[in-house]
Design a protein around this ligand. Structure first.
Ligand code: ARG
Ligand code: ZN
Length: 854
């Protein structure tokens, strides 16, 4: 007999076209947990009702559950699960199903379902983790009201939390154990279920909603970390008020709890009334968190809070609709963050990460539309495409409909679909109905993968400017033919002599393959500013003279367009040989501006990875050498200005204000350029900054330039940093990262050595900080001998049996083999084949590896 476990099996593909409404609904659920890390018993009482006239059985999902007993309407039933399903044939139209199962949280290394983290117990159910807690129809279109009872050791787990409101609590066994009961009045899909038991302390606060209801807020963490929750709490209150003002959305429970945990696969989770966070996105103080960390905490707190309406009150019908909640919620958190500081800088940041991650995804083997139509493992579809391109698609609707039209659309969406599990189509229809605009063609954004390319030519004759715009989307796997999409392009013309804008900005809507825009009354050949504020997520192909880019980098009145002009000039320069004087001069001019936060972003050269993305074949070493040479030229040409920017922005006082953050950012960008001069003085300044910093932004910036150098202080600085912060996981993550990201020749050896460091572990943050960071180090991952690829695959194989969803994420860089020379491509493919040959590979890694090789 063949052992089924060793039979190579191609996992099942789930298809959108196979969607059918649930056969059975579950109006109410009662859960009773007897909690202990080594053995937890879960009793679940489900009322089920037949959904329509049919005779199909009730099929419950269950994974790694030991079924101890089952009753149907109070009568014991001997049915046993087969594979991951428990199938019950029920005679009537309603029934009460009671199961008792046993699970082992301490052995749950996948961090899906109920698991142990830092001595506490917590849950993660999205997307399909609830089936690891109890037998249930684990799909988002089954909405139930939950009541939860839990019992646990009172000393180990003094705090017992679940969704909704606590309704009762008490002691058992003379106080050795205690229990609590929670009910959540809002029907929800099981992926929003949450429970936490632990030794936690709260940071408490209150918020009064627009209708005058008082909400008790608490952020729960280890006692020592409570003071580090203040920034997250402030962000929560700001988000609650912001959603009332901008979307008319009020919070709907009397309590809102957040718990920070150290072991978490993602950023955070929007469970109803009980958000669970990766502690990286809650804890922040100046000593240990950078300015970017502070901003990320606020953005993620806002994101999860905003899900209360876009995700929880209105949820997804099926997981293909994930962007319905994620794209919309990312758009909302981006708007929110833009309102907290510089909108332009935030936009630059969002576009930079879209291009770095999502454009690569769209150009690679796992390209998928924001609404995918098939998957093997849904965990692989929590992608930059679904989240960030999804947000860009929502932003385009906002641009096309205008602020008022868009708000009318969201109002109608909330009114029409509150309490429902719906589709992206329902969202677009609400936008259409509220605005009266026909969005038929716009819907292609939901179906087509790939980044559209917009070609541009500008002609000028007499006093007429004619702009010809073409659009094409390259083929992606499974989608050879692409149709034109409906996209909004903001554009403006500038007068070369005066530097002034000619007339108003225009919003041009492309719908055809070719669009011609004729602009009269333009006496001399103008300069064209296109895709302003990045109005559409496209690649603009405009053979624009360097002089025009230089002009726009100085005169455009849209800050994003100024940034973009300099970036494109830099890309043109870095992708070619020859002199770089135009770029160096334009950088110098930008450096002379008066907004430090903007200058700091604008003068950063594109990354090696982004330069590589522009070419048919990524010339790994040549790109690095060219970029270093240009950096050196820009550094030495403006040496005095960099020193002035460095010294002039070195405030003694520390503040978390946009102004102070902008000055720190510019100072640290200047330090990077100063290091590129090769002057000893820069190393001395970096080490002094490292030693004397009163905040993590400055300290890690200095450590990172030292780690990237041969400075004599390098080793001492790394050692001092470790000693100072050992025991603080999020800071030690940074210590691992700066070493894995170094361009030094010994980086791979150092990274491998760090996997043997006592602090290295399979904690997801730690894995990302070392292996994930190395994976985006283009120069060292892509060493010509393939050693970087072998290391990455080794790590994937070591993590896969423990935590497949994290393993699958770590391997993404290997999928990009088509973009490299044949030697490297063959080495990358060999590692993917090695992964695919491994017995008992997870679905997660199987899907990524097989799609990458296809
Ligand atoms: N819904 C969560 C958020 O966006 C993320 C959940 C991630 N789940 C997953 N299986 N990748 O905030
Ligand atoms: Zn989300």
């Amino acid at each position: 007999m063949l052992d089924a476990q060793f039979t190579p099996q191609v996992p099942h593909t789930v298809r959108l076209s196979d969607y059918r409404p649930p056969d059975w609904l579950v109006p109410t659920v009662a859960l009773d947990f007897d909690l202990a890390p080594g053995c937890t018993r879960v009793r679940a009482t489900l009322t089920v009702t037949r959904n329509g006239a049919h005779d199909r059985p009730l099929v419950l999902d269950g994974q790694e559950l030991r079924l101890l007993s089952l009753t149907v309407d109070g009568v014991a039933d001997a049915t046993q699960p087969v594979g991951e399903h428990l199938t019950l044939r029920l005679a009537g139209d309603t029934a009460v199903i009671e199961t008792l199962v046993e699970i082992v949280p301490s052995a749950n290394t996948r961090l899906m379902g109920l698991y142990a983290s830092g001595g506490n117990l917590c849950t993660q159910c999205e997307a399909e983790g609830f089936r690891r807690i109890t037998f249930f129809p684990d799909r988002p279109d089954v909405l139930s009201t939950y009541s939860v009872r839990m019992k646990a050791d009172a000393r180990a787990y003094p705090v017992l939390l679940a969704n909704g409101n606590m309704v009762a609590r008490g002691d058992d066994d003379g106080g050795d154990t205690h229990w609590a009961e929670w009910t959540d009045p809002w029907p929800k899909p099981c992926y929003l279920f949450a429970l936490v038991a632990g030794d936690l302390q709260p940071l408490r606060d209150r918020f009064t909603t627009m209708s005058g209801r008082e909400v008790q807020l608490a952020i729960w963490t280890a006692a020592a970390d409570v003071p580090r929750c203040a920034h997250a709490m402030a962000a929560l209150k700001t988000s609650m008020a912001w959603d009332e003002v901008h979307y008319g959305r009020e919070y709907d429970l009397d309590v809102f709890n957040i718990v920070a945990v150290a072991d978490f696969n993602f950023g955070a989770m929007e469970n109803k009334g009980l958000n669970v966070f990766n502690s990286k996105y809650i804890l922040a103080d100046p000593e240990t968190a950078t300015d970017a960390d502070f901003d990320a905490v606020a953005a993620v707190v806002a994101h999860e809070y905003f899900h209360n309406w876009t995700g929880n009150r209105i949820t997804c019908r099926d997981w293909f609709q994930l962007s319905l909640k994620e794209g919309l919620t990312v758009f909302r958190d981006q708007q929110f963050s833009g309102d907290q500081g510089s909108r332009a800088v935030r936009r630059i940041d969002d576009v930079r990460s879209l291009r770095a991650v999502q454009f690569q995804e769209d150009a690679g083997p796992t390209a998928h539309p924001i609404r995918p139509d098939h998957y093997i493992e849904i965990g692989n579809f929590y992608t930059a495409t679904v989240y960030n391109k999804g947000a860009e698609v929502i932003r385009m609707l906002y641009t096309l409909l205008g602020e008022a039209g868009f708000r009318a659309g969201t109002d109608l969406y909330f009114e029409r679909h509150d309490g429902q599990a719906v589709t992206c189509e329902d969202f677009v229809r609400a936008m259409e109905d509220a605005s009266g605009r026909d969005l038929t063609q716009f819907r292609r954004w939901y179906e087509q993968a790939g980044t559209p390319r917009v070609g541009v030519t500008l002609a000028h004759e007499g006093s007429t400017a004619t702009i010809t715009l073409t659009q094409t989307t390259p083929p992606t796997p499974g989608q050879p033919i692409k149709l034109p999409v409906h996209l909004p392009l903001r554009l403006a013309l500038f007068d070369r002599a005066s530097g002034a804008r000619i007339g108003d900005e225009r919003l041009v809507e492309l719908t055809e393959a070719t669009t011609t825009v004729v602009i009269p009354d333009v006496p001399t050949r103008p300069v064209l500013s296109l895709n302003r504020d990045f109005s559409a997520p496209v690649i603009v192909e405009h053979a624009c003279p360097a002089a025009d880019r230089v002009f726009l980098s100085a005169h455009d009145d849209d800050p994003f367009a100024r940034y973009e002009a300099l970036q494109q000039l830099a890309l043109d320069t870095l992708s070619a040989e020859g002199p770089c004087d135009d770029l160096v001069a334009a950088l110098g001019a930008t450096l002379g501006g008066d907004d430090p936060a903007f200058i700091a972003e604008a003068v950063l050269l594109p990354t090696e990875a982004f330069i590589g993305d522009q070419a048919a074949v990524v010339a790994v070493d040549a790109i690095h050498a060219r970029r270093e040479a240009v950096r050196h030229a820009a550094a030495t040409a403006h040496r005095d200005a960099w020193w002035a920017a460095y010294r002039g922005n070195a405030d003694a006082a520390y503040a978390q204000t946009p102004e102070a953050k902008g000055r720190r950012r510019l100072k640290n960008v200047a330090l990077g350029y100063l290091m590129a001069t090769g002057e000893r003085e820069a190393e001395v300044a970096a080490y002094a900054q490292f030693e004397n910093a009163n905040n993590m932004t400055d300290r890690i910036a200095a450590l990172s330039v030292l780690a990237n150098s041969d400075a004599p202080e390098r080793t001492a600085a790394l050692a001092a940093f470790y000693d100072r912060f050992k025991g603080d996981a999020s800071v030690i993550d940074k210590w691992f990262s700066v070493q894995a990201m170094s361009s030094r020749a010994d980086t791979l050896a150092a990274t491998i050595a760090l996997t043997r460091h006592p602090d290295f572990s399979h904690n997801p943050n730690r894995l990302r900080s070392l292996v994930g960071a190395f994976g985006v180090n283009q120069l060292r991952l892509h060493a010509a001998d393939g050693a970087g690829y072998a290391f990455l695959a080794d790590q994937v194989l070591s993590v896969d049996p423990v935590n497949p969803s994290t393993a699958a994420r770590l391997m993404t860089p290997l999928g990009r083999w088509r973009r490299f020379d044949e030697g490297r491509a063959a080495l990358m493919r060999a590692q993917l084949q090695r992964l695919l040959k491994t017995p008992r590979l997870s679905k997660d890694v199987f899907e990524m590896a097989s799609k990458s090789l296809a």
